[in-house]
Design a protein around this ligand. Structure first.
Ligand code: RTP
Ligand code: MG
Length: 141
């Protein structure tokens, strides 16, 4: 597959608390994307700040870091053709109020602060984020 991409999926602590891990992974798999790495873990403050570094100056940054470290999340490397954009389409827009039904955020979310999932926003971001969460991941292994 010439245009295969890898992207980082996070099933955020709110979705883990609500028991939506299987539902979300199932949607990703049914779409045809492949899970290449998978881990349940609670991330620390340092990893959260590095993952969300682009938002460091935003007023919601402290709340974002507190939320994403508030309990276990599921991190996954997802593979497939145009995987970055495909996963973002499955997720729906950042604010669940604007995300249409049929998307993960549109079907299960209410609040922008607890919006269930993260997906890398570009191939460049994906490479940076995969290296943070899965430092030993090799795309061609
Ligand atoms: P994510 O990075 O988590 O996948 O979300 P995203 O790309 O759709 O949105 P982004 O702009 O990267 O924002 C990162 C996360 O910050 C939270 N946020 N809170 N309180 C607020 O106004 C606000 N705005 C954004 C969201 O939880 C968003 O997922
Ligand atoms: Mg983002």
């Amino acid at each position: 597959m010439a245009d295969v991409e890898h992207t980082l999926l996070l099933i955020k602590p709110d979705a883990v608390r609500r028991g939506l891990v299987g539902e979300i992974l199932s949607r990703v798999e049914r779409k045809g994307l492949r899970i290449r790495a998978l881990e349940l873990r609670t991330i620390d403050d340092d990893l959260a700040r590095r993952h969300y570094a682009e938002h460091a100056a935003k007023p919601f940054f402290a709340d974002l870091v507190a939320f994403i470290t508030s309990g276990p999340l599921v991190a996954a490397v997802i593979e497939g053709p145009r995987a970055v954009e495909t996963l973002r389409t499955l997720m729906g827009s950042t604010d669940p109020v604007a995300a249409p039904p049929g998307t993960i955020r549109g079907d299960f979310g209410l609040l922008v602060t607890e919006n269930l999932v993260h997906g890398s926003d570009s191939v460049t971001s994906a490479a940076r984020e995969i290296a943070l969460f899965f430092p030993h991941f090799a795309a061609d292994a």
